[in-house]
Write a protein that binds this ligand. Structure first.
Ligand SMILES: *Cc1c(COP(=O)(O)O)cnc(C)c1O
Length: 346
């Protein structure tokens, strides 16, 4: 039985072209700034994002943490969505290592923060208060089903933050999925943000890595934080080489993941007992609720036994993420297997 892995788009192995680029990569000591391949990737990232500079780091978790460390000081308060990856899945690093309070406000189902909510929690100057020093956005929004923030929304919420002197960090781990879904240049999506990070290790299929982009001065300071966190790597051009292929060659194919996700969502919606909103699947993440007949974890276990791997998001909430290793035919197979499983449950 073929295993179909929908747990995450991070499971994607490097392509043949990436492996060749890795073997042939020219390298040097990147802590001395002497790895030509890393330098090329950083220049490429900055150019594609329309920012002055970029920095290569091991993971999205580290680039988000570096953003917090660079924008804030211990004792500050930052505003994040209550469904943000930074809040849920980064081990509380912003607080533990950055010493900041994460003030959460609701994300709506499309991953947005309401301007009124943002305005309500920005602290005025008061001897009792920690200063609010950063607003964080996420595009696409992981827990909000791969929701996409438009350039218009991003522009207006950033403008509001800037009115209060707050810089904005954009967690763009899957920003290329947003750009493909909206058919706009990625630079347009990130232009308003003061800093943005994106992963090459997800749908783009590179084995490792994330880049954080911003002004020259921001990246100069970010580089010191990366060093402090132990993210200064040496001949890391062997990995950056795959990142270059990811950015140059792997973006357009994300549309295929989106088509497959929609197909999966529409199919699941037709299976009695499974509930989801197929109109809320703009990119490659399909969130749904498993049938009430059994518990969520049990359902997922039964799916795994049928060779379909997905993840649990608590209770009966299930997440499936389409990726390069899953074809349209595989989606048909997934739907057939889940259909049979649901029928067995009665
Ligand atoms: C995956 C992800 C990250 C973190 O990336 P890692 O490389 O896994 O540390 C950050 N933000 C979002 C929205 C993500 O989906």
């Amino acid at each position: 039985m073929k295993i179909i892995d929908l747990r995450s788009d991070t499971i994607t192995p490097p392509t043949e072209e990436m492996r060749r680029a890795m073997v042939e990569a020219e390298v040097g000591d990147d802590v001395f700034g002497e790895d030509p391949t890393v330098n090329r990737l950083e220049a490429l990232a900055a150019q594609v994002m329309g920012k002055e500079a970029a920095l290569f780091a091991p993971s999205g978790t580290m680039t988000n943490l570096i953003a917090v460390l660079t924008h804030t000081r211990p004792g500050d308060e930052i505003i994040v969505g209550n469904e943000a990856h930074m809040f849920w899945y980064e081990v509380g690093g912003a607080s533990a290592l950055g010493g900041v309070i994460m003030r959460t406000i609701p994300n709506d189902e499309d991953g947005r923060l309401a301007p009124e909510s943002v305005e309500q929690v920005i602290r005025m100057e008061n001897v009792h208060f920690p200063p609010t020093t950063l607003l964080c956005l996420e595009n696409t929004h992981n827990r909000c089903g791969g929701a996409v923030l438009t350039p218009e929304y991003t522009g207006s919420i950033v403008q509001l933050a800037h009115q209060y002197g707050l810089p904005v960090h954009l967690d763009g781990a899957r920003i290329f999925n947003a750009a493909v879904a909206l058919n706009v240049p990625v630079s347009e999506l990130v232009r308003p943000a003061d800093s943005v990070c994106f992963c090459v290790s997800k749908g783009l299929s590179a084995p490792v890595g994330s880049l954080i982009c911003g002004t020259q001065e921001f990246v100069r300071r970010a580089r010191k934080w990366r060093k402090m966190l132990g993210g200064g790597m040496r001949q890391v051009g062997v990995i950056a080489a795959a990142g270059i292929v990811a950015v140059q060659k792997m973006v357009d194919r994300l549309a295929e993941d989106h088509t497959n996700a929609r197909k999966l969502a529409e199919g699941l919606a037709g299976i009695p007992g499974i509930s989801l909103r197929p109109d809320k699947v703009p990119t490659n993440i399909v969130n749904f609720e498993s049938p009430a007949a059994i518990s969520g974890p049990e359902f997922i276990q039964r799916m795994h036994a049928q060779g379909v791997k997905v993840t649990n998001r608590g209770g009966r909430k299930v997440r499936a993420v389409t990726n390069r290793m899953v074809s349209a035919t595989d989606i048909d197979e997934v739907l057939a297997r889940i259909g049979r499983l649901v029928k067995e449950l009665g």
